[in-house]
Design a protein. Structure first.
Length: 119
């Protein structure tokens, strides 16, 4: 299984950025896909998740109302649209996949993509 994240970059505070994660290597019908992030000197934290075969989504309180997770099953891709970005959103963002109901730590992880928000 491979998860390939892309779309990171440098953006000014208040701006927007979209991340993509293309999944391959198996079918993900009973999986949940997630985005996590790790800021310098901090632990990795949950950002958002979505059920591959449905539309149920979950968000961290810190991004609720600003970020939106979605997926395109035909393209095997999960997206994270980030709006109203803040400097504290600066982090390496990771995508992950896990069997629905299991912890993401027991699933698959992609490499990170760096998002830098300047003030």
């Amino acid at each position: 299984v491979q998860l390939q994240a892309s779309g990171g970059g440098l953006v000014q505070a208040g701006g927007s950025l979209g991340l993509s994660c293309t999944a391959s290597g198996r079918t993900f019908n009973n999986y949940r896909m997630g985005w996590f992030r790790q800021a310098p000197g901090k632990e990795r934290e949950f950002v958002a998740s979505i059920k591959w075969s449905g539309s149920s989504t979950y968000y961290a309180d810190s991004v609720k109302g600003r970020f939106a997770i979605s997926r395109d099953t035909a393209k095997n891709t999960v997206y994270l649209q980030m709006n109203s970005l803040k400097p504290e959103d600066t982090a390496v963002y990771f995508c992950a996949a896990a069997v629905d109901g299991l912890a993401f730590s027991q699933g698959y992880w992609g490499q990170g993509t760096l998002v830098t928000v300047s003030s």
